[in-house]
Every structure is written in structure tokens, then in C-alpha cells.
Design a protein around this ligand. Structure first.
Ligand SMILES: Nc1ncnc2c1ncn2[C@@H]1O[C@H](COP(=O)(O)OP(=O)(O)OP(=O)(O)O)[C@@H](O)[C@H]1O
Ligand SMILES: Nc1ccn([C@H]2C[C@H](O)[C@@H](COP(=O)(O)O)O2)c(=O)n1
Length: 233
């Protein structure tokens, strides 16, 4: 791979950003950064330390000193706080219920922005590239990335996927999908593509087709500068 490759993927909840981006990073042998997991780690740490997630000043101060380590190998991404692995804990219902409160804290976002840019640069330096995903990656974190993708899917498709993933009734996923996006959209714009951002609608694609669709966008954007896996050429 001859050119630093940053692939920025954003979009609403349940479109497949995280799982598809991870598969794309694996296919390209580059780093993978799940930025939502960073906000989840902060939310977990606040709960663990008895900090009210809606106390903006305390949460911001906690974020500034948070010893957060993100493992960016797409074959086994990890999240640790103060040396403790919390990969499973950050997906709990308790964390999911409060994560928007910390992710909409503007001081927290400024701190996370700095950390995310450092991690993306580290992936480029060590692995030749990074696939970074989250709500504001194409617009705020990596607006100059050579590949920027907005992943979308219908509400029905997103709720059905989450229902299958969590093994709960479709209607039970509404608050996780639609209500959380509404809360998050107060600080990030992730429903329409910014200038230069390519939309990949996965509503009618299966998982593998979504991965191939992203790899095609990558190839169109960076041409022969990268070595795509055979099936994506
Ligand atoms: N194209 C697809 N077809 C069917 N299922 C998919 C597709 N893409 C992803 N999935 C599945 O949908 C579920 C949700 O995907 P994922 O967690 O990657 O979404 P997300 O956009 O990152 O959501 P969030 O922002 O809430 O973390 C996963 O179980 C994933 O395997
Ligand atoms: N770049 C990002 C990434 C995530 N968020 C918010 C969105 C959710 O409230 C929370 C967790 O994200 P998820 O793991 O569900 O994708 O963090 C954000 O605001 N900006």
C-alpha cells in the first residue's frame, strides 16, 4: 500500500457502520477505530465511579483524565480503561441507556476528537491506514479523509437487524435505534451526506454485499494506490 488510507464511515444507528467497517479494515489489513466504543467507555467509567452522566462538568473533567486505550486490530478490537478490559461491559443496557448523555457533552467531544485523530494517525503510521467509524467521522473527525462514506438503511431494516442481534422483538429496538439517534443528532449531523461524502444504502444488501459496496467506493476513490482483496477488484 503506497498511500496513507483513511476511510471515514458515519451514519445512523444500526446501518452496519461498525461491523461492516471492521470487515473492510480486515480485508485491507489496516487499523479499525470504533469511536462509539470510546464514548461507551467513558459512560461505563462514569457509572463505575459513581459519576452522574448528566453532570456535564464532572463528566468532562473525568474524560480529561480517563486512561483509555483502544486496541485497533480489526481481528480483535479491544477497549480498556486503566488497564482493565471492558469490551463486554460497554455493550450493557446500563451503558447504552446513558451513553448519549456523555456523547452530547461538548467538552467531552472536544477531548474525544483529539484522541480519535491521534488514533487514526497511529493506524496510518503503523498499518498504512485506518477505517474509522462513528457519527461525526466524515464531517468533524476526518473531513479530509480520501474516502468518506455515509452508511444508511431504512428504519425497518435497522430495527430488524438490531432485533436479530439482541434477540428481542423488533418494537423493543425502537428506543435504541430511533430515540438514541434523535438525542445524538443534537450534536452531530449523520443523516445526510456532506459534500464529497458517498452514500451507501445497505437497506437491501446483506452483510457481505455491504462490505463489497464499501470496498468498491474505496477502490473508486483511491484507484490503484491500494491493494484490494481479489473479490473486491
Ligand atoms: N447489510 C447488513 N445486512 C444485515 N445485517 C447487517 C448488515 N450490516 C450489519 N448487519 C448487522 O446489523 C447489526 C448492527 O450492525 P452494527 O452494530 O454494525 O451497526 P452500527 O451502525 O454500527 O450501529 P451503532 O451505531 O448503533 O453501533 C449487527 O448484528 C450486524 O451484523
Ligand atoms: N463519533 C461518534 C461515535 C458515537 N457517538 C455516540 C452515539 C451513541 O450515543 C454513542 C455510542 O455509539 P455506538 O456504539 O452506539 O455507535 O456515542 C457519537 O456521538 N460520535
Amino acid at each position: 500500500m503506497s498511500k496513507p488510507l483513511v476511510i471515514a464511515v458515519d451514519g445512523p444507528s444500526g446501518t452496519g457502520k461498525s461491523s461492516v467497517s471492521k470487515a473492510v479494515a480486515r480485508a485491507l489489513s489496516v487499523s479499525f477505530l470504533d469511536t462509539g466504543a470510546m464514548y461507551r467507555a467513558l459512560a461505563w467509567s462514569c457509572l463505575n465511579d459513581g459519576i452522574d452522566p448528566s453532570d456535564t462538568a464532572r463528566v468532562a473533567e473525568h474524560c480529561r483524565t480517563l486512561d483509555l486505550a483502544m486496541g485497533t486490530d480489526p481481528r480483535s478490537p479491544t477497549v480498556s480503561v486503566s488497564g482493565r478490559r471492558i469490551d463486554r461491559e460497554i455493550r450493557s443496557e446500563e451503558v447504552t441507556a446513558v451513553v448519549s448523555a456523555v456523547a452530547t457533552n461538548l467538552d467531552v467531544r472536544a477531548d474525544m476528537l483529539r484522541r480519535q485523530r491521534e488514533l487514526i494517525a497511529e493506524g496510518v503510521a503503523l498499518k498504512g491506514g485506518t477505517v474509522a467509524e462513528g457519527r461525526d467521522i466524515t464531517t468533524v473527525v476526518a473531513p479530509d479523509a480520501p474516502v468518506r462514506i455515509l452508511m444508511t438503511a431504512s428504519e425497518e431494516a435497522r430495527m430488524a437487524r438490531r432485533s436479530k442481534q439482541l434477540k428481542v422483538a423488533v418494537e423493543q429496538t425502537r428506543s435504541q435505534i430511533i430515540d438514541r439517534d434523535r438525542a445524538d443528532s443534537t450534536v452531530s449531523q449523520f443523516t445526510t451526506a456532506a459534500d464529497g461524502v458517498v452514500t451507501v444504502d445497505t437497506s437491501h444488501l446483506n452483510f457481505e454485499q455491504s462490505v463489497q459496496a464499501v470496498l468498491r467506493v474505496v477502490k473508486e476513490a483511491v484507484g490503484d494506490d491500494i491493494n484490494l482483496p481479489a473479490e473486491a477488484r
